[in-house]
Design a protein around this ligand. Structure first.
Ligand code: ACO
Ligand code: KIV
Ligand code: MG
Length: 565
């Protein structure tokens, strides 16, 4: 079989040895242009209805877009009517410019100008394809004939808009398929168009340089943009715009490097909808700026509701791993990530520089909550489940208990192979620690404290032991010491932690104790009660009961082994 790579040609590099873009940084946002209602819409299985377009338009306004390509009015009655409705119902804010796209064909241009006439601010966007393959395959035309398509169209647009002075008109020209076109020809055709339009520094026109089909690495695109930005005539009267598509999956990188290379403006779609693999994702591009300390000038502070509207209008889902907005992008399942994130949250100071490992952006800046950050499955460690117990149930487990408890969670995760919710983790903790009331269950206690005596605390305790009431007495130099003494078991207390849960009348105490029984290995117990002393007694009994169960389990295993030997 023939090597498939033999069918393709290496993309020629741009001769620009003194390129400057690699040393530049992005310090301000570009002019954003949404083409969701045009390039996005033309790529949908079912193009949007007018109602959907209106909803999408309102969303774009709300996020702060000031330039919106509203359609291809000569393509369909829906597109034409939508533009008319925006204008006639006065739905376009005064600081927003609408853009209407047209091929460079007389009847289409006429219809396009007719659609946008009467808007306060409108840009006619004219395009024709200029790359060798289009010249040869689609048009069968020479360079000069292709140039003529662009210039003839420009002349006509100029003439037609002059008939509608009530509108503040702008002009955009796109040499479609720019990124696969010889640079000298792209310059030639753009210069020919701008020579007709005669933009000025006060009234600039837009030259839009698309990667209609993304065919090279982003550095080549950046070189192409820098080359054009340096060589185009009337540069001070031009806004250089880029319009990257995502065929190689590098549209975002292409746009970022292009801005470093001199592009003033970026056209794209929310969440990267658009032809084939999509247009560049404006949301990702905008939010990437935050991590550089630059405000994007767009409002995605409630990104989930933006996503909901876009999904409903486009009838396309956003991928769960989509940057910033995907369901899983602020979620850590793996143990070491959870551990680092938990430590990060604990140390992060309000209004300080954002320094949380594995989280490039504060989810709250996008209106997303921390609750979903950590989720637990078989890949998770102690940090994740401890975080969830603390966040959702106020239980602050000491570190060694986290390690011990994580084994119980891991066992369930391994057995089921499923994710365990925060509620599920709490249920496991409840069962494993708080509900350990057999063979010993706490019933009551009565203490007498006498600080002058050696054993300063005397205690009477009431328990249930194997369903039978049991009354015991003991003494010690503190309540727990006295309680352990009363139990009459060989118990050695190794560690003790307590904390309050909640405030005021509803506050409760949680206690965690680690102890040895008969010099065996240590195990934890946990107790919870409105009375802190009772909580600590329950914790001791929980640990003792767990010790006794562990001993029985070890015995049963030993018997099994003997029987099979
Ligand atoms: C990269 C992009 O996204 S470009 C935007 C693409 N978007 C769309 O096409 C969606 C809207 N378009 C449409 O609905 C239709 O194309 C219409 C209604 C505008 C026009 O439909 P039709 O008249 O049937 O023409 P069609 O689009 O097939 O165009 C083909 C003809 O136009 C010519 N043509 C294509 N693009 C252009 C252009 N930009 N400027 C001038 N002529 C062009 C072709 O060479 C071809 O000419 P031929 O018939 O002499 O061979
Ligand atoms: C018409 C132009 C702007 C376009 O969509 C493209 O080249 O991808
Ligand atoms: Mg496009």
């Amino acid at each position: 079989m023939q090597n498939p790579a033999a069918k393709y040609r290496a993309f020629p590099p741009v001769q620009l040895s003194d390129r400057t873009w690699p040393n530049n940084t992005i310090t301000k946002p570009p002019i954003w242009m949404s083409t969701d209602l045009r390039d996005g819409n033309q790529a949908l299985i079912e193009p949007m209805s007018i109602e959907k377009k209106l909803r999408f338009f309102d969303l774009l306004i709300k996020t702060g877009l000031k330039e919106i390509e509203v359609g291809f009015p000569s393509a369909s009655q829906t597109d034409f009517d939508f533009v008319r409705r925006l204008i006639e119902e006065d739905r376009i804010p005064v600081d927003v410019t609408i853009i209407v796209l047209t091929q460079s064909r007389e009847e289409l241009i006429r219809r396009t100008v007719q659609a946008a006439a009467g808007a306060k601010k409108a840009i006619v966007h004219l395009y024709n394809s200029v790359a060798p393959v289009f010249r040869k395959v689609v048009f069968g035309m020479s360079r000069e004939e292709i140039t003529q398509i662009a210039t003839t169209g420009t002349v006509l647009v100029k003439e037609l808009i002059a008939r509608h002075p009530e509108t503040d008109w702008g002009f955009e020209y796109t040499p479609e398929s720019f990124s696969t076109t010889e640079l000298d020809f792209s310059k030639h055709i753009c210069d020919a168009v701008t020579a007709i339009w005669q933009p000025t520094p006060q009234k600039k026109m837009i030259i839009n340089l698309p990667s209609t089909v993304e065919c090279s690495t982003p550095n080549v695109y950046a070189d192409q943009i820098e080359w054009m930005s340096r060589k185009l005539e009337r540069r001070d009267s031009l806004i250089i715009s880029v319009h990257p598509h995502n065929d190689r999956g590098t549209a975002v990188a292409s746009a970022e490097l292009a801005v470093m290379a001199g592009a003033d403006r970026v056209e794209g779609c929310l969440f990267g909808n658009g032809e084939r693999t999509g247009n560049v994702d404006l949301v990702t591009l905008a939010l990437n700026l935050y991590t550089q300390g630059v405000h994007p000038g767009l409002d995605f502070s409630d990104i989930d509701s933006v996503r909901k509207i876009v999904e409903e209008c486009n009838q396309l889902p956003v991928h769960p791993r989509h940057p910033y907005v995907g369901d899983l992008v602020f979620t850590a399942f793996s143990g070491s990530h959870q551990d680092a994130i938990k430590k990060g949250f604990a140390q992060q100071q309000p209004n300080a520089l954002w320094e949380i490992p594995y989280l490039p952006i504060d989810p709250q800046d996008l209106g997303r909550s921390y609750d979903a950050v950590i989720r637990v499955n078989s890949q998770s460690g102690k940090g994740g489940m401890a975080y969830l117990l603390e966040q959702d149930y106020g239980l602050v487990l000491p570190r060694r208990l986290q390690i011990e408890f994580s084994r119980a969670v891991q066992a369930v995760a391994d057995e089921t192979g499923l994710e365990i919710t925060s509620e599920g983790i709490h249920q496991i903790f409840e069962k494993e620690y708080f509900a350990q009331t057999s063979p010993y269950a706490y019933v009551s206690h009565k203490m007498i404290e006498d600080s002058s005596a050696d054993e300063s605390v005397q205690i009477d305790i009431g328990l249930m032991h194997r369903q039978a009431p049991l009354a015991l007495q003991g003494g010690g130099n503190g309540p727990i010491d006295a309680f352990v003494d009363a139990l009459g078991l060989d118990v050695k207390l190794m560690d003790y932690h307590e904390h309050a849960i909640g405030h005021g009348a509803n506050a409760r105490a949680a206690c965690y104790v680690e102890l040895r029984l008969d010099n065996g290995p240590t195990l934890f117990g946990a107790g919870i009660d409105s009375n802190i002393v009772t909580a600590s007694f329950k914790a001791v009994l929980s640990a003792v009961n767990r010790q006794l169960k562990a001993r029985e389990a070890a015995k049963a295993t030993a018997l099994d082994t003997d029987a099979t030997a």
